[in-house]
Ligand binder design. Structure first.
Ligand code: N0T
Length: 531
């Protein structure tokens, strides 16, 4: 019923844009707190929520399942008309295994721990006492898959109307503290032949630039061999090996569950390399980071998509590795930076979750963004499907040139331009955006509001553009010899897909069509004439 159809999420026949939040990890285990958080998503104007299903709570004793917590989450979402994404915190959660039940963690003979080898630190890396299971253990796969399949079967039973639209398989997989697992099963896998599915993928994608392709070519594009023979012996080869390990593990879970529950399954990435985490093992080795998305695609065809969790400042870089022909963009988690929403949605995202939605202010920037964007969901999704949308996110003094609807739009930060105009005239301006930040605090947790010039531009046809965002100054140019002037500019918003007009913007308000200090939507029509 819910499918990623090429690069779009189709739920019950309707392509969707899911805008919402992810609950803090532990909130889902207390239904009263979950209720407050779900209500917060509604207050924010979101249409989707992401919450946790924990293995140790779902299967406290082997073979005994308790889905009451999951049922409560589904009910909360259904009552509010929110699309629900469930996160399966199974054997792997943030490169550790703290969500595995006690009966799994206690039986290290049956469920071996990952091992670092001679010079590594796996298991003790994050904190002494943090359990890290070996992803190469067949017994672990068997146990995790059984629980995940039971969950899928249960959802299929209780959720006939399709409130659950996506299920995330594990969370931020990968190995920390070593680039490769050296447990006995892992060592055996390392010396075994590289699966033909991966070799076939590499051979079929001669232009691919991912880590696996690069190392494979450096080794002379071997047609067969074990992992060090095919990829060499270094951190990159370790990462490719671990990526295959985690991806095929997630694939086994998703494929088994998909026989019972027809939703979009996906995996999320703790990004790397990133500042301070340059090497696999410093960031989780084998997780679906951009460099090894290829390996995940080859190993896990059942996964509808792979998505970046954005806790880095460079949203453009973070997203770029996941905008591919074979991947739909989803931001499973993001830090509180509203510019990330606009960049993702304008880049074609099917969904975006701000992390820790429990703590978000109901009157902050995310509320403004979600009300505007979710109200325009159908307009945006249609534009995404037809390639009529562009993202804008400007650093200070940056100018973007956007080709859209047969026009060339020059987009500048209104603060940059206005402060210069006023400065030239000898007037000292106090702009709220990018200057003083009082009154712009977004989260209750310390996180400044996003003061960048940002937005999405959508071609509505007939020389009309819809801009949603803040602080943008727009100027259009046409063909050589053509003069383009603004004909009409109307502020407003979409309510359930219907445009509701506000101010007609002229005079001073035509300078910066999108306000400096708040998010807004404006429809701009131009008049094109020939010199
Ligand atoms: C995320 C979240 C949650 C030096 C952190 C981010 C969520 C998980 N992990 O609040 O735990 O469940 O997926 C990891 C980001 C690491 C960045 C390290 C920078």
């Amino acid at each position: 019923m819910n499918r990623i159809d090429s690069r779009h999420l189709v739920v019950g026949g309707r392509p969707r844009l899911l805008l919402g939040g992810q609950l803090h990890n532990s909130t889902s285990s207390d239904i009263e707190l979950a209720r407050v958080a779900f209500d917060r998503v509604v207050e924010l104007g979101g249409n989707a929520v992401t919450a946790t299903a924990s293995w140790h709570l779902v299967e406290p004793r082997e073979g005994t399942f308790d889905f009451t917590g999951v049922d409560a989450l589904i009910d909360l979402a259904r009552e509010r008309g929110l699309a629900l994404t469930l996160l399966w915190f199974g054997a792997f959660k943030n490169a550790a295994s703290t969500y595995a039940p006690r009966w799994v963690r206690a039986d290290t003979g049956r469920f071996p721990r990952a091992e670092a080898g001679a010079d590594g630190a796996t298991g003790a890396f994050t904190r002494p006492g943090t359990p890290v299971l070996s992803v190469f253990s067949p017994a672990l796969l068997e146990a995790d898959r059984r629980a995940f399949t039971a969950l899928a079967r249960h959802i299929a039973e209780v959720d006939a109307d399709g409130t659950v639209v996506m299920v995330q398989v594990e969370n931020e997989t990968g190995l920390l503290g070593a680039s490769r697992d050296h447990a006995a099963d892992a060592e055996a896998a390392w010396s075994a032949p590289v699966p033909t599915a991966l070799l076939d993928w590499l051979a079929a994608h001669p232009e691919a630039t991912g880590t696996a392709s690069r190392l494979w070519r450096e080794q002379g594009s071997p047609a067969a061999g074990n992992w060090p023979q095919v990829f060499g012996d270094g951190p990159g080869a370790d990462e490719v090996f671990m990526a295959w390990g985690f991806a095929s593990y997630c694939e086994a879970l998703a494929a088994a569950a998909a026989e019972h529950l027809d939703v979009a399954y996906y995996a999320n990435a703790w990004l790397g390399p990133q500042p301070g985490q340059e090497l696999p093992g410093q960031y989780p080795s084998g997780g679906p980071v951009a460099g090894v998305v290829d390996v995940w695609k080859a190993a896990a065809p059942t996964l509808a998509l792979l998505g970046p969790d954005i806790y880095v400042d460079d949203v453009k870089g973070a997203v770029s590795g996941y905008v591919r022909e074979d991947n739909a963009l989803l931001v499973p988690e993001s830090q509180v930076a509203v510019g990330n929403v606009f960049w993702a949605v304008g880049s074609g995202a099917v969904g975006f979750n701000v992390f820790g939605v429990d703590d978000l202010r109901p009157d902050g920037q995310f509320a403004a963004a979600y009300h505007l964007l979710a109200g325009a969901e159908d307009v945006i999704v249609a534009a995404q499907c037809e390639g009529r949308i562009r993202p804008v996110l400007l650093e200070a003094e940056e100018t973007a040139v956007v080709e859209l609807g047969g026009l060339t739009w020059t987009v500048r930060g209104a603060v940059d331009v206005l402060s210069k105009i006023f400065l030239d005239a000898g007037v000292q301006v106090r702009t709220q955006a990018r200057g003083e930040q009082e009154n712009l605090e977004e989260a209750l947790m310390p996180a400044p509001a996003d003061t960048r010039a940002m937005g999405v531009l959508i071609d509505l046809g007939k020389d009309e553009v819809l801009a949603i965002g803040q602080g943008l100054m727009l100027e259009a140019a046409g063909a050589p010899g053509e003069i383009v002037e603004i004909d009409d500019a109307v502020e407003g918003r979409y309510e359930a897909g219907e445009w509701v007009s506000g101010r007609n913007l002229n005079g001073d308000e035509r300078l910066n069509l999108l306000p400096l200090d708040r998010l807004a939507a404006v429809r701009v029509r131009v008049l094109r004439r020939w010199r």
